[in-house]
Design a protein around this ligand. Structure first.
Ligand code: ASP
Length: 354
């Protein structure tokens, strides 16, 4: 079934570059202490012989050292963007094997690092190592490769976006979030529909996929990142001292305020005063809801309105992961915080419904 599907949509042999960064998918149990540690990429391909059945050229690039994604640094995103730009003309699509813990952060950040992306960049991984009998890694990897190679009747990529492929669903990377630490259904895209679903065949949700207006434009990468961002999660009992340390601390240029519901926070004078002081000092303050879905509307309640009046920018329905990547990229590219704030309000890479 899958082979005939490939013949239908692929006029000539496609090529996919698999980039292996680490994560559970390629880990093996270390008998000395029972912990999971990354293993060699060639063994990974031996574990998934099904990949050889595709009429595809699959090349591999392995990072050294392989990492648990909890150790991901923005320098890895920069390295990934450079590899993809360097190899862009040689492949139809790219699959990045990555740990699940920070996959949504990496996929989000990378979506902002590409301009004129015209080929799929698909992140995948697994909850169980690929060598385990009930692994989800095989299905995830096979679907990711199939989607990365898929082209339409004109030879264009079916999904020219940065995505996460997991548990038979393809999500836009900058809309995704890890929602489950143990189930195979580890990711969700609460505010945007899946871009594709893998059943007997892969169904593409074309109406929701972003296609570049001019497919001939050359890929550009933005690898300048400014990571001076902190996240303040509002909670009952939070103290004036803690809020002040985070909002007024000199180490950050921007603070993501993780607020209640539709963007509400504490209405106490000390809180509003601190927010105002931070905003007046020029700090970028971005309001992102703690809720899994829905969006920020600072005009709905007085508590939200006072944040807006103090100079807080609405994150609309952006995820925290995406807000972080968007800020890193915008701040890396613009020194003027007012310019950064104006771009935060805009939908740049499909990350907000606006
Ligand atoms: N700790 C692992 C990682 O993110 C978990 C996983 O891959 O699922 O690398």
């Amino acid at each position: 079934m899958k082979i005939s599907f490939f013949k239908d949509i692929m006029p000539q042999k496609s090529a996919v570059l698999l980039i292996y960064t680490g994560g559970t998918i390629g880990m093996k149990e270390d008998p000395s202490d029972g912990t999971l540690k990354p293993f060699d990429f060639n063994s990974l391909l031996d574990e998934v012989p099904e990949l050889r059945k595709f009429s595809l050229r699959i090349d591999a690039y392995t990072f050294a050292p392989l990492i648990d994604s909890s150790d991901v640094e923005p320098s890895m995103w920069q390295a990934l963007a450079n590899i993809i730009q360097e190899k862009y003309d040689d492949y139809d699509g790219f699959v990045i094997l990555h740990g699940t813990d920070t996959m949504a952060y990496s996929a989000s950040a990378m979506s902002f690092m590409f301009d004129h992306l015209n080929k799929p960049v698909i992140f995948t991984g697994s909850q169980l190592p690929v060598g385990r009998p009930r692994t989800d890694g095989k299905e995830n990897l096979i679907s990711a490769v199939e989607i990365a190679a898929a082209r339409d009747s004109k030879g264009g990529a079916m999904v020219p976006e940065v995505c996460i492929c997991f548990n038979s669903q393809l999500y836009r990377g900058n809309r995704s979030t890890k929602v489950n630490a143990t189930d195979f259904d580890a990711f969700a895209s609460p505010n945007y529909p899946p871009l594709a679903s893998a059943g007997i065949s892969i169904k593409y949700n074309n109406g929701f996929i972003h296609y570049p207006s001019d497919r001939r434009k050359k890929l550009e990468i933005n690898t300048m990142l400014d990571t001076r961002v902190s996240i303040l999660k509002i909670h009952p009992g939070i103290t004036e001292q803690v809020v002040g340390d985070i909002l007024l601390g000199s180490g950050s240029r921007a603070v993501i305020l993780e607020t209640y519901g539709s963007g509400n926070a504490i209405s106490k004078p000390w809180f509003i005063r601190t927010v105002r002081e931070a905003a007046d000092s020029g700090k970028i303050l971005l309001n992102v809801t703690q809720c899994l879905s829905g969006d920020v509307n600072m005009d709905l309640y007085a508590t939200g309105r006072s944040l807006k009046d103090a100079g807080v920018v609405s994150g609309h329905d952006i995820t925290t992961e995406s807000a972080l990547g968007k800020l890193f990229c915008l701040m890396g590219n613009y020194d003027d915080n007012e310019v950064v704030k104006s771009f935060l309000e805009k939908n740049l890479k499909g990350e907000i419904s606006k």
